[in-house]
Design a protein around this ligand. Structure first.
Ligand SMILES: NC(=O)c1ccc[n+]([C@@H]2O[C@H](COP(=O)([O-])OP(=O)(O)OC[C@H]3O[C@@H](n4cnc5c(N)ncnc54)[C@H](O)[C@@H]3O)[C@@H](O)[C@H]2O)c1
Length: 448
């Protein structure tokens, strides 16, 4: 795929900065510099209402040159803040605009892998809201496309809770051995959204809404206003339980809460996955679900089991008196000398037996604590203009989501799956291999 000409402008700016040049005059007469107008990113915001509004403050400091939304009312809403941007209803046309440097994608999940891959293929930096895909195949292609462009593009997977200081503290504690040798870890979420099945046809889409584009690559389902009845930033809960539009809580809070574990364990893809839960519904993803993965050893820990619990399923507490259900979204690490329990903001250490006298553990000196990440969206914007490094790139996020989405396949097949992560194949179930990808409506190309 041919690079966008703006890439060369960016490389040029960066090249000069790296060369340590002093005062430089652009053809326009503007000065280069971190805050000078010439160093603003030209951003396309795709999906402009809802979650997108959480990006407005950061984007106001850049040039938003393109807005894209399938709902023209949402486009008009965003145009009040970004009046100079061109507007689109089809993201494929938006991505053809020639002056784009970077894309922020806040559309529904069923389009994430498409928009993410198309954007990276065109040489655009990318902030991709979670989850990065809805199938194992999508997560893998997103990661592969990122890896092809690593060193050229700054890419962030939108799991902004990662910037909370507790993520660093938990990682330090686990890696410094506060609970001894790590044996297993799990995360859970208690959100329970029950839906009987796809909502039936009801009424006509409003004039402002391009419903066929909203359906996008997914199989067609008739219009029902219920899909659009949620408040700003929460509307995803109106569609993400349905298989054709989401991955339920696995893709939703699972992206964030498993991140508490993933950030601490330095893991790659699992070698097996198994899952159990409520009876399979072909239309709606499960509420109650337990998924367990075997992850290979790495340089500092043995092979471990990692689990995800949701919708009422919970891990066994380390002590009877500990009520894990009091933490809505949390994680539990088990080690040879105790347990660490955490929420997004707090942590609790439970030394477990006579040998766990804590003398083996030396807290880090303050100057060796992991540096705070700062604002998560800003980290990405700075990376686009600087060293291209982000804390949640699509290798880190892609691996995590591939594991989680593989768990949903294990749930559907109802047996433990052996997984060859290098090949992206299940080695003991043809049925599972069929479920690693989604079926798209004709005309929609994932790797375009
Ligand atoms: N990181 C977080 O904490 C967080 C929080 C909420 C939502 N999200 C994610 O953000 C995304 C959006 O969630 P939401 O609740 O804002 O959803 P939403 O249903 O409100 O959709 C967001 C916007 O995208 C537009 N849109 C829908 N399909 C589109 C398409 N094909 N092309 C362009 N625009 C399209 C909608 O009209 C709307 O303006 C989801 O993927 C969700 O997982 C992340």
């Amino acid at each position: 795929m041919e690079k966008n000409p703006t890439i060369s402008r960016r490389s040029f700016v960066k090249g000069i900065a790296a060369g340590g040049a002093g005062l430089l005059i652009l053809p326009s007469g503007a000065l280069f510099g971190q805050t000078a107008p010439s160093n603003k990113l030209n951003v396309a915001l795709i999906g402009t209402w809802g979650r997108a509004e959480a990006h407005y403050e950061g984007l106001k400091k850049e040039n938003v040159v393109a807005l894209c939304d399938v709902d023209e009312d949402h486009l008009a809403f965003a145009a009040k803040t970004f009046p100079d941007a061109k507007t689109y209803v089809d993201w494929r046309e938006c991505l053809d605009q020639k002056d784009i440097d970077a894309v922020v994608c806040c559309t529904p999940d069923s389009t994430h892998a498409f928009i993410g891959v198309w954007a990276m293929n065109r040489g655009y930096h990318l902030y991709l809201e979670k989850p990065c895909g809805l199938s194992v195949e999508e997560a893998r292609l997103v990661r592969e496309t990122y890896l092809k462009n690593k060193g050229k593009l700054a890419v962030q997977h939108g799991t902004q809770r990662h910037a909370k200081p507790n993520f660093n503290r938990v990682r330090e504690l686990i890696q410094d051995g506060v609970i001894g040798d790590l044996e297993s870890a799990c995360a859970w979420g208690d959100r329970q959204l029950r839906k009987p099945g796809y909502p039936p046809a009801a009424g006509e889409p409003p004039k402002s809404l391009h419903y066929d584009l909203w359906i996008g690559p997914s199989p067609h389902h008739p219009y029902n206003p219920d899909y659009f009845s949620g408040s700003s930033g929460m509307n995803c809960l109106q569609w993400n339980m349905y298989w054709d539009f989401g991955a339920g809580q696995v893709g939703d809070m699972g992206s964030h809460t498993m991140d508490l574990v993933w950030n601490a364990i330095d893991a790659k893809l699992p070698v097996s996955a198994k899952a159990s839960g409520e009876a399979f519904n072909p239309e709606v993803t499960p509420v109650e679900l337990t998924m367990t993965f075997n992850l290979p050893a790495n340089t500092w820990r043995p092979a471990i089991e990692v689990s995800w619990y949701q919708g009422g399923a919970m891990p066994r507490p380390p002590m009877e008196c500990v009520d894990l259900a009091k933490i809505d979204h949390g994680a539990l690490f088990k080690g040879s000398k105790g347990h660490l329990i955490c929420s997004f903001d707090d942590r609790l250490i439970l030394p477990s037996d006579d040998s766990a006298d804590m003398t083996y553990y030396k807290p880090r000196p303050e100057d060796q604590l992991i540096a705070p990440l700062g604002n998560f969206q800003q980290e990405w914007i700075d990376a686009c203009k600087g060293d291209l490094k982000t804390s949640c790139d699509l290798e880190y996020g892609g691996d995590k989501m591939e594991m989680m989405l593989l768990g949903l396949v294990a749930y559907r097949v109802g047996k433990e799956l052996d997984y060859d992560g290098a090949a992206g194949r299940v080695t003991n179930s043809d049925e599972a291999n069929e479920l690693l990808h989604r079926t798209y409506r004709p005309g929609w190309v994932l790797n375009g």
